[in-house]
Design a protein around this ligand. Structure first.
Ligand SMILES: O=C(O)CCC(=O)C(=O)O
Ligand SMILES: [Fe+2]
Length: 184
């Protein structure tokens, strides 16, 4: 099998395993999220961040949360930043490992128990950086809404019901920077 397809298959397996563990972590049946996401769709995107001469002006890296279910990211040097207590914190690159972002779809399904992390991608100040992101999405026709199991003890849904393809279209139209999860 070609290497890229093998990689995508492995990423899909890891995504499914993680999503099962997340459901179990909330005390739900292990398939509770996957049943709603239907067949996961995986897209990969590579980005190269060159080492730039000192003083080079670069545009801002847009803060955003990923519109997918999860993002699995590997990189060759640190550069991703996440917001923590109103401060941007650089995420340590993990050699031969993945950084896992919870995406908006898991936040919605869990009715906000899992937070889709706000992040921005950047260069490393000291060396060039290559990142490879695996975006793991629900199927286009998947209907995403807070799971009924999350609406116990009077909990109200914090997000409206969306069809994934419509959600994604709105995300792309508005631009990552302008979208709030509940509006997307
Ligand atoms: O290149 C990175 O570090 C992450 C890129 C990213 O956040 C994205 O493509 O959504
Ligand atoms: Fe992202």
């Amino acid at each position: 099998m070609p290497t890229v397809l093998e990689f995508v298959q492995a990423a899909k397996g890891l995504h499914e395993k993680l999503v099962r563990m997340m459901a179990e972590g909330l005390g739900l049946e292990s398939e509770a999220f996957l049943r709603r996401l239907l067949t996961p769709e995986i897209r990969i995107r590579g980005k190269f961040y060159p080492l730039l001469p000192e003083g080079t002006e670069v545009g801002p890296n847009l803060p955003h949360s990923d519109p997918f279910a999860t993002t699995l990211l590997c990189d060759t040097a640190s550069g991703l930043e996440v917001i923590s207590a109103d401060t941007w914190v650089q995420v340590q690159s993990v050699p031969n490992g993945f950084i896992v972002n919870v995406g908006n779809q898991i936040e919605i399904l869990s009715n906000g128990k899992f937070k889709s992390i706000r992040h921005r991608a950047g260069r490393n100040e000291n060396k060039e950086r290559l990142s490879l992101a695996c975006f793991c999405s629900p199927e286009n026709d998947a209907v995403i809404a807070p799971l009924e199991e999350m609406l116990v003890n009077g909990q109200q849904p914090k997000y409206r019901t969306v069809r994934y393809a419509d959600y994604f279209k709105s995300f792309v139209t508005k631009g990552v920077n302008e979208c709030k999860i509940s509006e997307e």
